[in-house]
Design a protein around this ligand. Structure first.
Ligand code: ZN
Length: 243
């Protein structure tokens, strides 16, 4: 009896401390700025409901993203969680991840997509989640790799380990103005398997924040397949596409 009273008192005290902290440091939704409830993390439930989710998980092996990478890499499937539209919600989120120090937001988005994938037969396909690496200079400036954080959210929900198996060796300038082929040949040289890492016979989920031409992801996939990975699937937080 006394123990229960003590536990209740402790719980009450923790609750009060949390309320007090919320009062001094109010938590707000990263997307709309509204106050968050205790059960909410980086996004409020309204914003989660408004996320422009795709249905790629229903057509993972045959979709327009697969068409995009055909001929560039022999990947198993390609999917993206959110539909990318200029000035849309996904662009706002990607901007926050890149420039506003929001690793927890990336993890939450990964966890949300993990819950979507758990409803499908796909979730048993992978042995390991591998993020597309950032160049060390960028990593130092940003403090985290948003693709890795997205992957960590997926990892937690799907129960699949995340490992940093790739690294960039040469810094590339911004590649947005180059043609697809130039980008491909440019990025081809800059990824490699980290020293001592083995991917032989592994089924890999390769994750990145956004897919545009697919060149970066395919360059990474080719490194993994070239080192005898069994399968490589591409999963991104956002991509421009039809579904
Ligand atoms: Zn919100």
């Amino acid at each position: 009896m006394l123990r229960n009273v003590k536990q209740a008192f402790l719980a009450m005290r923790l609750f009060l401390v949390k309320d007090f902290l919320d009062l001094i440091f109010p938590r707000n939704c990263d997307s709309c700025g509204q106050s968050l409830y205790d059960s909410e993390n980086s996004l409020c439930l309204v914003c989660i409901g408004l996320l422009p989710g795709t249905s790629y998980h229903l057509r993972a092996f045959d979709n327009d993203l697969m068409d995009k990478v055909r001929g560039l890499s022999q990947v198993g499937l390609v999917m993206a969680y959110l539909k990318f539209t200029k000035e849309g919600k996904s662009q706002q989120l990607l901007h926050l991840l890149k420039y506003r120090n929001k690793p927890a937001l990336a993890r939450e988005l990964g966890a949300l997509y993990g819950r979507v994938l758990l409803q499908t037969d796909l979730c048993n396909r992978w042995d390991v989640i591998v993020p597309v690496p950032l160049h060390p200079q960028k990593l130092k400036r940003r403090g985290y790799n948003q693709s890795e954080e997205f992957g960590l959210g997926l990892s937690k929900v799907l129960g699949i380990p995340l490992q940093n198996l790739l690294e960039r060796s040469v810094f590339t300038e911004t590649q947005t103005r180059k043609s697809r082929l130039e980008r491909m040949s440019n990025v081809d040289e800059v990824f490699q398997l980290s020293e001592g890492k083995i991917v032989q016979n592994r089924n890999i989920m390769l994750v990145d924040d956004v897919m545009t031409t697919g060149a970066t992801l395919c360059a990474c996939a080719n490194v993994l397949l070239g080192n005898n990975a069994k399968t490589v699937d591409l999963i991104t937080l956002a991509a421009g596409g039809k579904i």
